[in-house]
Design a protein around this ligand. Structure first.
Ligand code: FES
Length: 152
């Protein structure tokens, strides 16, 4: 079975025909060509695919595209404004919060969610609310610092 879905991604309207089992992650990467959102585990365990749907963070690999009619999706590609990096993107650079960079789009989208949700009271709180985002390079200390810097 397939269905038609219209949604807004990074401020742009899109319509696509998707199989009912297609994840938002596959819609973004394979149909819309937005490959900034990464596929790590494809099972909800690593956070590499984190995006915002109507302002809330979700694992795009666990979200069925067909259920997103009318939703507003924000991905890493939608953050920079007129060539100017989002403050959290800049904070990741300033704090050296990545090595290989594979988890970084998910970390940044999750960090934005963490800031918006008000979970930045202490490094421990940030660590807790960012704990769904795994970094194989072990940049956790710097990630927490970058979120702290951006939340100030
Ligand atoms: Fe979605 Fe790992 S790819 S949580």
């Amino acid at each position: 079975l397939s269905g038609r879905v219209s949604l807004v991604v990074n401020g742009e309207k899109h319509a696509a025909t998707v199989d009912n089992r297609t994840s938002l992650l596959d819609l973004l990467r394979e149909q819309l060509g937005l490959t900034g959102t990464k596929k790590g585990c494809d099972a909800g365990a690593c956070g590499a695919c984190t995006v915002l749907v109507d302002g809330l963070r979700v694992n795009a690999c666990l979200t069925l595209a067909v259920r997103l009619a009318g939703a507003e999706v924000t991905t890493i590609e939608g953050l920079a404004d007129d060539g100017q990096l989002h403050p959290l993107q800049q904070a990741f650079i300033d704090e050296d919060a990545f090595q290989c960079g594979y988890c970084t789009p998910g970390q940044i989208m999750s960090g934005i969610g963490c800031i918006r949700e008000g979970h930045t009271g202490s490094p421990e709180e940030i660590r807790e609310w960012m704990s769904g985002n795994i970094c194989r390079c072990g940049c956790y200390v710097q990630v927490v610092r970058a979120v702290e810097q951006s939340a100030r």
